[in-house]
Design a protein around this ligand. Structure first.
Ligand code: GDP
Length: 366
């Protein structure tokens, strides 16, 4: 399962948000693969399409797809030089697929700020510098090792050196990754390095509950948003405390009433989950029947047999064909039967690239 690491300075609201995540967590009984590590939370990705599908197929159960959050507490200034438990935390970040930065945008004289005062841009910069320094260290180490091989003109080493020098230039000059242009070969090498500053990221602006109705009225949020827009990074205003309170209510109706009192139509956590899912480049296909309507996660570009393998390896091994109906076609015609009559149920083979929203019935040999 792909995972998102929650990162931020101390006292910004990470644990509060993470507690909301673990409270909303799927139960291990339904998801035997879900880890019981206290720093890991597995949550459902809400998808309105699933409810509609369950109604159409008269499914007994709805099974949403899931995503994993990892609490990476303890990142402080100087982490890359081993300050605190710095290197350990940085190595945890290396293992996640994307980063959610929690940034403090709330004032509260009772809650100390490690850097003395609230300043989201500075806070973010502290974290970003640590990530960059850590990357720089690994890049420099590798470059030093490559030197000998480059001297004797080993082709692979020359390509790797060129890729790493581009990354080094970017890190040292604090340039956005979008300015980098790699050849396919270089890109593969850079991906293998799993650099922290190149991971997809989103910003979670943690603000006072009273600011939720109009986040733009909070100058800290405005400053952060300007940076986010410039860098094409999604920014989500939430109040970690309100999220925690929502997650403490069991009854969805009570949750809705509570959210309404803050002017919210959807929990901030749900927005974070859905944005995280998108950030990871994930798509969903569905399997539907009287038993269950279920969502499955796949990466863009996945072909039909591999998608079948997500359900079970036997499905991939014995793959014959896939009967595919696009969600929008189903909604347009109302029932699978009518959609079929209109020729909307396609028979696809091994080369079919699965699309987001496909409703699929796999045919396979056992
Ligand atoms: P962490 O160190 O980043 O994990 O931060 P915590 O989640 O432990 O939060 C630090 C303190 O800030 C706790 O006392 C929280 O109750 C409080 N806190 C978190 N979010 C908010 C918020 O939105 N508003 C206010 N006033 N306090 C908050």
């Amino acid at each position: 399962m792909l995972s998102i690491g929650i990162v931020g300075l101390p006292n910004v609201g990470k644990s509060t948000l993470f507690n909301a995540i673990t409270k909303s967590q799927v139960t291990a009984a339904n998801y035997p693969f879900a880890t019981i590590d206290p720093n890991v939370g597995v949550v459902h990705v809400k998808d309105e399409r699933l409810e509609k599908l369950a109604a159409i197929y008269k499914s007994g159960k709805i099974i949403p797809t899931t995503i994993e959050f990892i609490d990476i507490a303890g990142l402080v200034k100087g982490a890359s030089s081993g300050e605190g438990l710095g290197n350990q935390f940085l190595s945890h970040i290396r293992q996640v697929d994307a980063i959610a930065h929690v940034i403090r945008c709330f004032e509260d004289s009772e809650i100390t700020h490690v850097e003395g005062k609230v300043d989201p841009l500075r806070d973010l910069e502290i974290i970003e510098i640590e990530l960059r320094l850590s990357d720089l260290e690994s890049v420099d180490k590798r470059l030093a090792r490559l030197e000998k091989q480059v001297k004797v003109k080993i082709k692979e080493a020359i390509i790797e050196q060129s890729a790493l020098l581009k990354v080094k230039h970017m890190i040292e000059n604090e340039l956005p990754t979008s300015v980098l242009e790699f050849t396919d070969e270089e890109e593969k090498i850079v991906k293998g390095f799993n650099l922290l500053s190149l991971k997809p990221a989103l910003y979670i602006a943690n603000m006072a509950e009273t600011d939720l109705v109009d986040p733009e009225s909070n100058p800290y949020f405005q400053a952060l948003k300007a940076k986010a827009v410039k860098e094409n990074i999604e920014i989500i205003p939430i109040s970690a405390q309100v999220e925690y309170e929502i997650s403490s209510l069991d009854d969805p109706e009570e949750q809705a009433i509570f959210m309404e009192s803050y002017g919210l139509t959807r929990s901030g956590l749900d927005t974070v989950i859905v944005s995280g899912y998108k950030l990871l480049g994930l798509n969903t296909y569905f399997t539907c029947g009287p038993m269950e309507a279920r969502a499955w996660t796949f990466k863009t570009g996945t072909k039909a047999p591999e998608a079948a393998g997500i359900i079970h390896t036997d499905f991939e091994r014995g793959f014959i064909k896939a009967e595919v109906l696009a969600y929008n076609d189903l909604i347009e015609f109302g029932t699978p039967l009518l959609a079929k009559e209109k020729g909307k149920v396609r028979i696809e083979g091994k080369e079919y690239v699965v699309q987001d929203g496909d409703i699929i019935l796999f045919r396979f040999n056992v």
